[in-house]
Each structure stands twice: as structure tokens, then as C-alpha cells.
Write a protein that binds this ligand. Structure first.
Ligand code: AMP
Ligand code: ZN
Length: 497
């Protein structure tokens, strides 16, 4: 049973989705006015890993992530650069999509953009006004925080204490916002200022506030209540508190059943942020670092804990990645050269594989403890390296030994680390035939053509050695991938079935 730490409950709760085998998830996306940094990437990689694990555990996951493409920061950037806000937003939205793909993050099932869902937001604001939860002041519309009694429950804040904090601000003469009935109220709709992007509404021309966007889009694409709402810890207040207040006030039901928040990526114990200027852009880091190495660095820390990024940690992660890759390659080589008597205790070996799988699931079921899951894989590899050192394997037992490498690859791919992928974009990175050649022929390249050549060479060799089991395995496994091996007087030929 999977347990999830729910920010609102402030404890781990057994995960019970609304529908038995389906999970509806919403993770707030970026405001697109700049390239994303590796802090943003950490949050997105964490939720990508959670999504992949839920899929692997048999759930049909629907993952929705918005793009905030209208916002003060976008408008400011557009003004600075003498461009339109929509031009700036379109450029950085595409850059975000490209960066996420380069980082190995799966595309969401739905990626709504705020500017394409304005009608939905206006309808929600109207509903809130009708229900007495919102009011208009000269083209602005505000949410009446005190009209919703659950306000503050998500982030653990008390409305009266928040109010006195605001009063102090007022006493200093700052934060005076006379248009609002209550200083805690926040904007649902903002009247247009000259030169800003705007849309027609019952309150005149204007644009939506940030929070209403996610309330409208999550309801439209997932329905209420949905299962998991996620984002970085810095979004819990005010963004998620406000989303929840709007949605629950409007629809009178629970908004999200579980609230998940990721810890901040830091540099020198300080949050990485655009405003502090201490950021590293994801696209710059990926110029010199394999995306899988970066992901493994992140997975070594629990998603809720702060993570200190450093070159040293990157180096450690690189070393771990190399250890894992070498194990898989060495096992493939050992099995491809299977010969003579098996010296490995296969029962003990299989038990070590089973133990790794059990520990992996136990760790991941416990609020997605990726550090524990990686630990299970690494300790198996350590043990397997000892067992397989100087070992011999017979061709009949090759599959039983390969199972260890297969399990390592499978579990890592659940975490989004595909050991068989190749960094070189020019090659067919996900090619199964390359994986097969690595496994059966000790292939070290990454192109499909080279892989087939290596497999045919291995098959010819195996036949010469009268290792017909291996020769047949090459032909049959290629067959499973849709290739036909034909023996001609000039040698073997491979074609697509
Ligand atoms: P923003 O575009 O600022 O709304 O951020 C997009 C996502 O990145 C949000 O989920 C934030 O919580 C998250 N985020 C921002 N800074 C960091 C950081 N230093 N570490 C982890 N997540 C972050
Ligand atoms: Zn949001």
C-alpha cells in the first residue's frame, strides 16, 4: 500500500484514489518569462518520478500541468525587450517543453495554457460572485477570504494571526490596499492597465489572477475532487491555499485529496531562485552533464527534503551512474561469453534480485523514498559484483544471470533513468535492438545498424562454437523486435518483418 505525506494532514496517509485504478494529478507549471533553472527542474523531475512509479504500480495516471503565459513578470520582460507579452510567453513555453524533454521528463497528458482558458476562469469568477465569495471593485474582482471557513488549513495558518500581520503592515503605511474589503482578500481578476494584454469580461477588460488559473484548469481537465495536487513547497502558500479556497468555495466539495510539496534545491544552503540570481539554468547544466546523472543526483535526496546542489555531488552521482552502467555491460559480456560450468550460486543470486525488488517497492511505497530505492539497487549491484567476480556461466544459465542486469535496468527506468539510452542525439537512443546487442553481444555502441552487425557477428561466432542456444536466442529475440534473420550463401541478412 502506497503512503503519501499529505501537506494538509501533516502526516503520511494511505493512498486511496477516487477511482480504484486511476490517478488524477495536477502539478503547477512554470510562469514562462525565462529559461527554467535546476531548482524548478527538481520539482518537475520529482513529480515525473512519482507519476512513473504510480504507472508502474498499475494505475492509469492522468497528469495535467498548466503553463502560466500571462503574468506581471512576463509583461515586464516584454516591455524591457520591446516585444509583446505573447511573443515572450510563446518563446519560453517552447523552451520549457524542450528543456523538460531533454531532462527525460514525460510530457503531461494535458498541458493547458492560461490564455487559452480565459472563458473557464471568467465563469468560475462569476460563480464565486454569485455565491457571495467574491466582489467587484472598479473592474477588479477579489476573493473574500473570510467567506470560506477552511482558509489557512492547507498551510497551517490562522486567519486572525494573518490579519494582525497585515494590520502591522498598514500601521507602517505599507501594503495599503484600500480597494479590498479585507486585507487578506486576493485578486481573481485584474482590470487592464494601458499596454497590458487583456480580455473582455463582465467587469470590463482585464486579465485573470494567477491562482484562479489552476482552479479553472484542474476542474476542467480532471474534475473534482482529483487525487494529487503537487508543486514546490514555496507554492503551498499563498498559491495552493488560494486555489483550494476558490475551488472549494465555488463547488462545495473537496478540491484535491492529497497535497504534495517538494523541497527546495539550494546552493550554499540558500534557495535557488531567479530573484536571488544564484541559479543554474537547466539547459546549461545539460550541456555538460548527462540528464540521467542529474536525475540520479536529485533522486538521492527524498523529494520533500532540501537538496544542496554542488559539483562534488554531481561527481558522486556520475560515479554511481558509471558503476551501474558497468555492472550491466559486464553482466551482458559475461553472458554473451557463456562457456563451461556455472560457478555462480543461482539460487542465492535470484534471492538477491528478489530482495532488491522488494526493498525498492518498500521504499517507493513509503512516500516515494527514491533515495532508499536507489540504495536498494546499489547494494544489489555491490553484492552481484562480488558474486560475479571471476565467475563462469554456462549458456543454459546465462538468462538467470542476465536477469540481475535486467532487473537493475527495469527498476532504474521506473525512476526515469534509462541506462540503455544514449546521450548522443544523432543515434537512435531508445532502440531496443541496441539494448539487445548490449545484452547478448557485449555491444558498446549506440546505433541500431552497428547493433545488428554485432548481433549477427555474435550469432556466427556462437554457431562456430556450437552454442546453438545463444545463436537461436539472437534470432528469436530479433524476431520479437520485428526483424527476420535469413541465412544466405553470403552470410546472414536481417530485414524488417
Ligand atoms: P515558478 O515558475 O516560479 O512558479 O516555479 C515553477 C516550479 O518550480 C514551482 O513548482 C516551484 O515551487 C518550483 N521551484 C522554484 N524554485 C525552486 C527551487 N529552488 N527548488 C525546487 N523547486 C523550485
Ligand atoms: Zn497552480
Amino acid at each position: 500500500m502506497i503512503k503519501i505525506y499529505d501537506t494538509k494532514a501533516r502526516e503520511k496517509r494511505p493512498f486511496v484514489p477516487v477511482a480504484d485504478d486511476k490517478v488524477n494529478m495536477y502539478v503547477c507549471g512554470p510562469t514562462v518569462y525565462n529559461y527554467i533553472h535546476i531548482g524548478n527542474a527538481r520539482t518537475f523531475i520529482s513529480f515525473d518520478t512519482i507519476r512513473r512509479y504510480l504507472i508502474w504500480r498499475g494505475y492509469e495516471v492522468k497528469f495535467v500541468q498548466n503553463i502560466t503565459d500571462v503574468d506581471d513578470k512576463i509583461i515586464k520582460k516584454a516591455n524591457e525587450e520591446g516585444r509583446s507579452a505573447s511573443e515572450v510567453a510563446a518563446e519560453y513555453a517552447q523552451a520549457f517543453i524542450d528543456d523538460m524533454r531533454a531532462a527525460g521528463v514525460m510530457d503531461p497528458d494535458v498541458r493547458p495554457r492560461a490564455t487559452e482558458e480565459i472563458g473557464e476562469m471568467i465563469a468560475l469568477v462569476e460563480k464565486l460572485i454569485e455565491g457571495g465569495h467574491a466582489y467587484e471593485v472598479e473592474g477588479d474582482v477579489y476573493f473574500a477570504v473570510r467567506s470560506y471557513e477552511g482558509y489557512g488549513q492547507l498551510s497551517g495558518r490562522n486567519v486572525d494571526e494573518m490579519e494582525s500581520g497585515h494590520r502591522e503592515l498598514r500601521a507602517d503605511g505599507q501594503g495599503l490596499e484600500d480597494r479590498k474589503r479585507d486585507p487578506l482578500d486576493f485578486a481573481l481578476w485584474k482590470a487592464a492597465k494601458p499596454g497590458e494584454p487583456s480580455w473582455d469580461s463582465p467587469w470590463g477588460k482585464g486579465r485573470p489572477g494567477w491562482h484562479i488559473e489552476c482552479s479553472a484548469m484542474s476542474k476542467k481537465y480532471l474534475g473534482l475532487p482529483f487525487d494529487i495536487h503537487g508543486g514546490g513547497a514555496d507554492l503551498a502558500f499563498p498559491h495552493h491555499e488560494n486555489e483550494r479556497a476558490q475551488s472549494e468555495a465555488a463547488f462545495g466539495c473537496t478540491f484535491s485529496n492529497y497535497w504534495m510539496h517538494g523541497g527546495m534545491l539550494q546552493i550554499n544552503h540558500e534557495k535557488m531562485s531567479k530573484s536571488l540570481g544564484n541559479f543554474l539554468l537547466l539547459r546549461d547544466v545539460l550541456k555538460t552533464t548527462d540528464a540521467r546523472v542529474l536525475r540520479m543526483l536529485m533522486l538521492q535526496t527524498h523529494y520533500r527534503s532540501p537538496l544542496d546542489f554542488s559539483d562534488e555531488r554531481l561527481g558522486e552521482s556520475e560515479a554511481m551512474f558509471t558503476r551501474l552502467t558497468n555492472f550491466v555491460k559486464n553482466t551482458a559480456w559475461l553472458c554473451a561469453n557463456a562457456d563451461g560450468e556455472t560457478t555462480v550460486d543461482l539460487v542465492a543470486y535470484q534471492k538477491a534480485i528478489d530482495d532488491m525488488c522488494d526493498s525498492f517497492i518498500e521504499a517507493m511505497d513509503d512516500d516515494f523514498n527514491t533515495a532508499g530505492a536507489l540504495g536498494a539497487i546499489c547494494s544489489f549491484v555491490r553484492e552481484a559484483n562480488t558474486i560475479l567476480a571471476d565467475a563462469a556461466v554456462s549458456s543454459e544459465d546465462a538468462a538467470a544471470v542476465l536477469a540481475g542486469a535486467d532487473a537493475v535496468c527495469d527498476l532504474l527506468s521506473v525512476l526515469g533513468v534509462d541506462l540503455n539510452a544514449c546521450e548522443d542525439e544523432a543515434c537512435d537512443s531508445s532502440s531496443e535492438v541496441v539494448a539487445l546487442a548490449v545484452e547478448l553481444a557485449g555491444f558498446t555502441g549506440c546505433d541500431a545498424e552497428g547493433a545488428i552487425e554485432a548481433l549477427l557477428a555474435r550469432r556466427a561466432e556462437a554457431r562456430k562454437e556450437k552454442n546453438f542456444a545463444l545463436a537461436d536466442a539472437v534470432r528469436d529475440r530479433l524476431g520479437e523486435l520485428g526483424f527476420v534473420v535469413e541465412d544466405t550463401p553470403q552470410g546472414a541478412r536481417v530485414s524488417r518483418a
